[in-house]
Design a protein around this ligand. Sequence first.
Ligand code: FPP
Length: 268
Amino acid sequence: MSELPFAENPAAEVPTADAPPVAPRADADSSAIPRHVAVVMDGNGRWARQRYMPRFFGHKQGVDTLVRAIDAFNARGVRYLTVFAFSSENWKRPTEEVSGLMSLVLVAVSKYLDKMAADGVRIRIVGDRSTVSDKLRRAWDHAEQLTKDNDRITLAVAFNYGGRWDVVQACRRAVADGVAPESVDEQWLSRHMALSFAPDPDLFIRTGGEMRMSNFLLWQAAYSELFFTECLWPDFGEAEIDAALAAFAQRDRRFGGIHPQPTVPEDS
Ligand code: FPP
């Protein structure tokens, strides 16, 4: 097991389950490029409505946008991309939309998995798999198995995921394993959260104009830089990615600390 070389981020001191050692990429300035980007891909429905099309059309376009975004983030040196594809709360949507999203994922896996595998994308699924169909579970298992040795970029797909669910499932594990209360600390929990294989997200992007987290990565995003854009997810292309990365590069990350103050000469 290797420790992630991400000294600025205290959370990354948590030993991770299976994170590979990451060599800095020649084309990336490691201080300016976020190592891990998390995205709430919002706005598919409105994008479709603007075109007098059903919401499903927006989600379908959203998958193609995601595939292009993986390439673009990868090319810019981002090593982990986590996307919110289906939240624990999305079951509240009309049955037709929920089943449309489930089938869309199956179609997307069969359409794009070979490309992802060939491009060196490691796919991980995070979320509660207990309530999705056997077919979907098998597709996820296959995608993870096929890409497990890839190391260019890790795509974590949050599906049937909620930040509160994540905290609860980690706590349940502690109870089930009989872990002593004093042993349950931030590091223990981080090691048992769904994204234990990744450093905490440096940059949290939400498209679609809303400015909230919607129960995504509540624990892991404690010190993420937030970036909200009006751009609807299907329109989120390279120019928008560059704008988000440029905003990130301007941020002053202190993780609750302060920068060392210049020392004042004693005789002044
Ligand atoms: C939010 O837009 C988007 C979703 C709930 C689904 C996002 C899913 C995808 C882009 C497909 C992902 C597929 C794979 C294979 C990972 P919205 O419907 O809330 O849009 P609105 O706010 O305009 O109504």
